[in-house]
Ligand binder design. Structure first.
Ligand code: CUA
Length: 161
């Protein structure tokens, strides 16, 4: 059977496209593109996250190394603890790892103006690390619709000298 040269060319092009599409979807689902929630912090009991080994009492902790801090944040309807009723305070020139979980529904945790933007999922601890060189004030916002007060769910982080 004779297949025209251009017909064959287009057949191959179509096949390549199909493979690329499937590859893109697969990569997005299981590959490195799976970045919606960073669950490297392990799992906790969502009703009592502080009871587990992976999640301390919410707050700022001095890290094992100089200039390193760990911040444990609980997201709940409709506040961050700490962050909403009082700002999270960390020194400048520091490397801060956030450990974020939720005690009710799925929330978001974004430190506006930084690369910190993760989902806060009940039972999961997301960990994100960021460096703060200069003093400043950052907003915290929830990026996942979490109920009637979603739009009011915000807080503040202060990088102090
Ligand atoms: Cu919490 Cu939206």
């Amino acid at each position: 059977m004779h297949v025209h040269r251009f017909e064959r060319l287009w057949l191959v092009a179509a096949l390549v496209l199909i493979v690329l599409f499937i590859g893109t979807v697969t990569y997005g689902a299981v590959g490195a593109g799976y970045g919606m929630v960073d669950a490297t912090g392990g799992q906790v009991d969502p009703t009592a996250p502080t009871a587990g080994d992976n999640f301390r009492e919410p707050g700022v902790y001095d890290g094992s190394e100089r200039g390193r801090y760990d911040v444990y944040v609980e997201a709940k309807q409709f506040l961050f603890v700490p962050g909403t009723s009082e700002p999270i305070r960390v020194p400048d020139d520091s490397t801060v790892t956030f450990h974020v979980t939720s005690t009710d529904v799925v929330h978001g945790f974004e430190v506006v103006g930084t690369n910190v933007n993760t989902m806060a999922v009940p039972g999961q601890v997301a960990t994100v690390t960021v460096e703060f060189d200069e003093p400043g004030t950052y907003g915290l916002v929830c990026n996942e619709y979490c109920g009637s007060g979603h739009h009011t769910m915000e807080g503040q982080l202060r990088v102090v000298p």
